[in-house]
Write a protein that binds this ligand. Sequence first.
Ligand code: PMP
Length: 315
Amino acid sequence: LKVLRSEIVKVGFYPDPRCTQIKKAIAKYLGVKTENLCIGNGSDELIDLICKAFLSPRERVLIPVPTFALYELCAQIYGGSPVYCALPRFQWDERLLLRKSRNAKVVFLGRPNNPTGNMVDIATVKRLSKTARLLVVDEAYGEFAETSIATVAAESRNIVVLKTFSKAFGLAGLRIGYAVGPPTLIRVLEELRTPFNVNRLAQKAAVAALKDLKYLRKIVRAIKTQREWLSSKLQKLDLEVIPSRANFIMVGLERWGIDARTLTDVLVERKILVRDLSGFRGAGDKYVRITVGTPAQNKKLIKALKEVRLSYGGN
Ligand code: PMP
């Protein structure tokens, strides 16, 4: 906030169109070069730019589902044909992915995936990059999993990793994300983006955030502890828990005989928001996504779920 206050007096001036400072800071953070980086107005913009740059009408885009809806939306905007691949029991399946990726121009993989929270193996990513033309690995939640394939992407021929300051760094309102990949692909995105796509405040705040990695680690550690606590409590309540590496947990309600919409409505009455996943392609109507909160919020949720279970007669 201190940095933002000092920058706000300069909003009458355009931002740095080359994003020099923030590129240097990210290059150091990840161990890549600045020419491996394209900065965007959130990683949303980069998903859009990738489709705009590399997709021609009717080319196939492989989208394992359930996942983040923007992959499908952007693929369609540029005339691509989304091919959906349902993850069996929401788990990654290398053989299935390899088979499905053969005719695809672009493959989107969330790592960790939203909303399942689980991770495709790095070995699978490497093998997929041999069959797919372009592999986009979305690491929006990567900080929570404390692993990244950014350096692999930088050295690759056809892998682009997407990362963001919106999640673990908590800067969603400022809009700044980035792509990491081989300079040949990054140059295309750099040419296509508008010159002042990343505002002054976002650039400055992101540089400051990368200077305080101790704070990031503290947040990540706290989320991990709470995620494990919450997962074990949810399992004890006889809910299906998909093991997660992100800051949320996908939870199945089948054994409770209640659907996601009903549970979401009941929790809203108690001022608790969870995500009904019925709107996510491939998730069905019996799953919700629960974001890991503070210890007090998590306890409140578990208490509420115990009461709901009693009144809905879960077995
Ligand atoms: N990827 C995934 C998987 C997401 O869930 C989100 C945000 N919901 C984004 C990318 C976009 O993040 P942003 O544009 O804020 O960087």
